[in-house]
Each structure stands twice: as structure tokens, then as C-alpha cells.
Design a protein around this ligand. Structure first.
Ligand SMILES: NC(=O)c1ccc[n+]([C@@H]2O[C@H](COP(=O)([O-])OP(=O)(O)OC[C@H]3O[C@@H](n4cnc5c(N)ncnc54)[C@H](O)[C@@H]3O)[C@@H](O)[C@H]2O)c1
Ligand SMILES: O=C(O)C[C@H](O)C(=O)O
Length: 329
């Protein structure tokens, strides 16, 4: 191991997503095949027993890139010197719930974690929030860690991007790698807008390749918006392996240059781009050179898209008002 290890904290490490995610991180899926990692695995006390089993399994993989494993319920220990924090730990929704129903249940977790990150993490820390409702949980953590610059905070909409690409590819009868420029706008919720107008299939506009525009404007959008609920209904549990995969994709995409002309989707702190209220954690088309990211400017937004983007922005404002009222920010 020649490079200095990157230290990654994962909360909710003994949960469903953790069980997929940790093994991917340890095998090099985030930072590449020559980058060692330290894992800080954060759980609540009652889950430490289960976490010890996960640690045994990590040991039993003998991963060449895994430098150290620290299981803990102590936030100061867990976030000490951390370069990346992946905040998964929180309660998932059950059938019949919307993700925002989790605000009261999960919101409080992210105040303490934000404070602990500000106090303990490395000066280059970056944080990806996965636990739902992820946009607003990220807003809570960020607002409780004012010393960490706002461009370090991300909430995950990559699962939605991947779902949307897969749906478009299936409809067009192509492989999902043919689909590019798929922006998810707004909230990781049933109001998100998967923007097919600007997406491309083999470099051509999706609307030229897929002639069924009613499907694009109707079933395509609702399938992506409702995919999480469909999985809960089918599995009796919320998505886990695909969520862990999307977390790996997100960190990889934020730490490696974006392909020429393409973008990826992730919720970031709005700077007012596209008229979105500053300070909301809003999913935009984003590109990066591997270290500094930017919101892609000048993506055309027609009347149809504008209405969808407004609806998801309104929902995020409502969620922010709710957590403000709860005293979480
Ligand atoms: N953003 C997305 O695309 C996306 C996708 C799938 C799931 N999720 C969300 O991810 C979260 C986790 O899902 P899961 O299936 O792994 O749930 P899970 O119930 O299997 O695991 C959650 C784990 O978090 C732990 N936990 C609870 N409170 C904690 C705290 N304060 N600190 C540290 N750990 C804590 C629990 O002990 C548990 O082990 C849920 O909120 C779910 O809705 C988000
Ligand atoms: O839908 C959920 O509650 C879990 C997750 O956010 C998902 O999109 O699969």
C-alpha cells in the first residue's frame, strides 16, 4: 500500500445498505484499485453486536485495500479525521409512507452527526447523505456544521438517475450505457423530475429516439418517482443493494472527471441556479474535474420541465419549513 489511506465513515453500518456498501468500499469501488481505505463504522449501541459480525466478514474477505476497521457508537470517534462521511443510518419507510413522513423520526439524527462532523472530520471532508428524506436530512446536517463549507454536502439522487436510464434504455431497446445526460431535478421523492427532454440515447435526444412521448411524460416519470415504493411493496424492505451501488457511483463520479459533454445527478446546496431558492439541497445536473464540481449551466428548461421543477422545489421548501419548526436547523 503506497498511497495514504482515505478514511470513510459509514453510519448505519449494520443495516441493509451497509451490508452491501461496506464490501464495495473495501474492494476499491469508490476510489480505485490502488487506494487504501480506513473504515469507520458507526452504529447505535443496540446494533453493535450485529456490526461485530459484519466486521468479522470484512476481515474474512482479506481485502488488500482495507487498512483498518473501527466499529463504534461514539460519533467523535467515528468521525475523527474522516475524509468522506456516508450517512446512511436512519429508519427506512414502510409500505404506504412517503419519505417525508420520516422527517420527525430521522431528522434528529442528523443534527448530532452534523455537529460531530464539524468538530472531528478532516479539513477536506465531504459528506453524502443517503438516509431519508435525504435532501432535507443533508440540509439539517449541513446547517449544524456551519464550519464545513456548503460545497462539501451531497444528498443522493443517483439511484433515481440509474433507474431512469434503465427505464429509457429498456423502452428504446438499447443498453443502459447508451443513455447519457440524465438529470434528476429536485427532491429524492415522488416529486422528483427525471428530465427526459435533455437526456440522450447514443448522442441523440431521447425524444427523437422514443416516439411515445405520452409514455415519457406519464409512465416514465411516475415509474421513476414510485420505484422505491414498488420495491418496498415487492420485497417488503426498501431498496438496499441498488442504493449501495448508487452511493458508490455518486462518490466515484464526484472524485473522477465527468465524461466530456455529460453530467451526473446529485443534490447540492442551491446557489440560485435555475431560479432554485438558495440554500435548498436540490438535485441538479452536475459535472466535475474530479476535485471541484459545478452545476451545469444553460440546460434548456421548457414549460413542462419548469412546472415539474417548481413542484419539487415547493416540496423541499415545505420540508425545510417543517424542520425549522422542529428546531432542527
Ligand atoms: N437516497 C436513496 O436513494 C435511498 C435509497 C434506499 C434507502 N435509503 C434510505 O437509507 C436509510 C437506511 O436504509 P437501510 O435499508 O439500510 O435501513 P436499515 O434499517 O436496514 O438500516 C439502518 C441502520 O441504521 C442504524 N441507525 C439508526 N439510527 C442510527 C444512528 N443515529 N446512528 C447510526 N446508525 C443508526 C440502524 O441501527 C440500522 O442498522 C433509510 O432511511 C432508507 O430510506 C435511501
Ligand atoms: O423509497 C424508499 O423509501 C427507499 C429509497 O429512497 C428508494 O428510493 O428506494
Amino acid at each position: 500500500m503506497s498511497k495514504a489511506p482515505i478514511t470513510v465513515a459509514v453510519t448505519g453500518a449494520a443495516g441493509q445498505i451497509g451490508y452491501s456498501l461496506l464490501f464495495r468500499i473495501a474492494s476499491g469501488a469508490l476510489f480505485g484499485p490502488d487506494q487504501p481505505v480506513n473504515l469507520r463504522l458507526i452504529e447505535i449501541e443496540p446494533a453493535l453486536g450485529a456490526l461485530s459480525g459484519v466486521c468479522m466478514e470484512l476481515d474474512d474477505c482479506a481485502f488488500p485495500l482495507l487498512n483498518s476497521i473501527t466499529p463504534t457508537a461514539d460519533l467523535d470517534e467515528g468521525f475523527k479525521g474522516v475524509n468522506w462521511g456516508i450517512l446512511v443510518g436512519s429508519v427506512p419507510r414502510k409500505a404506504g409512507m412517503e419519505r417525508k413522513d420520516l422527517l420527525k423520526i430521522n431528522g434528529g439524527i442528523f443534527t448530532n452527526q452534523g455537529k460531530a462532523i464539524e468538530k472531528n472530520a478532516a479539513s477536506d471532508v465531504r459528506v453524502l447523505v443517503v438516509g431519508n428524506p435525504c435532501n432535507t436530512n443533508c440540509l439539517i446536517a449541513m446547517n449544524n456544521a456551519k464550519g464545513v463549507p456548503s460545497d462539501r454536502w451531497f444528498a443522493m439522487t443517483r439511484l433515481d438517475e440509474n433507474r431512469a436510464k434503465s427505464q429509457l434504455a429498456a423502452k428504446a431497446g438499447v443498453h443502459n450505457t447508451s443513455v447519457s445526460n440524465l438529470a434528476i431535478w429536485g427532491n429524492h421523492s415522488a416529486t422528483q423530475y427525471p428530465d427526459f427532454y435533455n437526456a440522450k440515447i447514443d448522442g441523440k435526444p431521447v425524444t427523437d429516439v422514443i416516439s411515445d412521448h405520452d409514455w415519457l411524460k406519464g409512465d416514465f416519470i411516475s415509474t421513476v418517482q414510485q420505484r422505491g415504493a414498488a420495491i418496498i411493496k415487492a420485497r417488503g424492505l426498501s431498496s438496499a443493494a441498488s442504493a449501495a451501488n448508487a452511493a458508490c457511483d455518486t462518490v466515484y463520479s464526484l472524485t473522477h472527471p465527468t465524461a466530456e459533454g455529460d453530467w451526473t445527478s446529485v443534490a447540492v446546496c442551491s446557489d440560485g441556479s435555475y431560479g432554485i431558492e438558495k440554500g435548498l439541497m436540490f438535485s441538479f445536473p452536475v459535472r466535475t474535474d474530479g476535485s471541484k464540481w459545478e452545476i451545469v449551466q444553460g440546460v434548456p428548461v421548457n414549460e413542462f420541465s419548469q412546472a415539474k421543477i417548481k413542484a419539487t422545489e415547493d416540496e423541499l421548501r415545505e420540508e425545510r419549513a417543517a424542520v425549522t419548526e422542529l428546531g432542527l436547523i
